[in-house]
Design a protein around this ligand. Sequence first.
Ligand code: GSH
Length: 207
Amino acid sequence: MKLYYKAGSCSLAPHIVMAELGMAYELEAVDLATKVCASGDFRKINPKGSVPAIKMDNGEILTEGAVISQYLADQKFETTLVPKFGTLERYRCMEWMNFVATEVHKTLGTMFAAGNIMKSAESQTELRAGLAQVFEKKMAYLSESLGDQSYLMGETFTIADAYLFTCLSWTKMLKVDLSAWKNIKAYQERVLGRPAVQKAMKEEGLL
Ligand SMILES: N[C@@H](CCC(=O)N[C@@H](CS)C(=O)NCC(=O)O)C(=O)O
């Protein structure tokens, strides 16, 4: 299995999942500005031009991080990284994956992209400030839902935590302050302490 990634971006989530699963994998970095990777033109691998993408051993390519993480976890029947098919728990986990993808990832991602969306520095600042307010509401909901649980689904770490942790790590760069939510800060530390998370982050040069 090969993961096409950009260090510290959303591709860190499936990278963490692969490390948690203890599976064998290869990594190939993608320059997102030029869309070039060691194999050549990344658009030939993923026409959408975004990471993550995985190349399976049979050559099939799969994109969309939330789906890749499910696919990876489903490769190991005994894993608790994703609840079993057909259970309500499975849909609870997907509910979190969708929340992270559409509410957390895209809100923070748009803050990063403000310079590509708005022309003037003033409009960019206004856009970022507006998104920071939107993000605050998402964090209030997250903090309330998380309560004193260790992870999103309770005491078991799942693919949704790999994804949420990855997105929350961007808040530092974006200067979005999470200190009002003590349980979210503690959650970040807890996930960071996991050996597989450390492994994946070291492999991306983030630690
Ligand atoms: N819909 C995709 C979006 C992934 C995405 O936003 N990737 C970002 C990095 S976090 C990226 O590659 N941006 C560069 C681009 O789209 O050109 C997914 O959920 O996997």
